[in-house]
Design a protein around this ligand. Sequence first.
Ligand code: ATR
Length: 274
Amino acid sequence: SALHAVFGQPISHSRSPAIHAAFGQAEGIALQYRTIETGVDSFPAALQAFFEEGGRGANVTLPLKEAAFALCGSHGTAARRAGAVNTLVWQQDHWHGENTDGSGLVRDLTSRHGLDLRGCRVLLLGAGGAARGVAPALLDAGITELVVANRTPARADTLVDALGEPGRAVSAYWEALNEQGDFEIIINATSAARSDTPPPKLSLGLVNSRTSAVDLNYGAAAVPFLSWARAAGCRKQIDGLGMLVEQAAAAFHLWHGRHPDTDPVYAQLRTQTG
Ligand code: ATR
């Protein structure tokens, strides 16, 4: 059966093996999917060893998405626009890199949570790897404006420049977000909840009665931002669990040619995650 893996550090708590096992079972596809713990420096050798064992498809997560991009001989559009790869597909003689994070988020927001992204003003908090991964797909989904705010403003400027849609993708100072009006969607793509320092405060003026708050984190790491969102009066609070399942389904499709039903796996993870 086909050998797959997710590479990252830390990786032992990854849900990806369970998700792919469930997809494989539902689709009648025999597969092995394991976790491989590796940092940036040892990633090329670890990927080579995996290949020699028969591995022909892999996911990568923190902190390897940029390293994986550099290692791939060809890239899909989403990966190129994000400058990051989360899915590797062996093609004849090289690794092809894709990025399913952004399309996974968009699919979760639209299909599962019923959001219509067209015409929306979206505030994206953060400008690291997670933000880079989802920004292009949000623009492609027809939002009107993407405002990127980051603790370190220069990184927001860099992300916005890379998106190459002046006027539609703009950066803003986090401390001056109260001048930006309100947003239909506010997305937390920071890792603030996993750090020791609290993020800069957010103004209640960012929220209207139709605002949806989205955290790319899930579990305990999604609690601070989504609690703020609830208190601020956001209509919906959405964590990153659905995106996790959808990015996996898109990777599964790239490897196996079939898009699994994500609802059963999502429901099962939800009961485990709260
Ligand atoms: P990831 O792949 O999770 O995005 P990353 O590339 O290290 O990880 O990016 C982390 C993001 O969270 C960055 O936008 C970072 O802001 P800085 O660029 O200013 O570092 C943001 N972040 C991390 N800790 C934060 C905190 N305590 N408050 C606000 N933003 C924070």
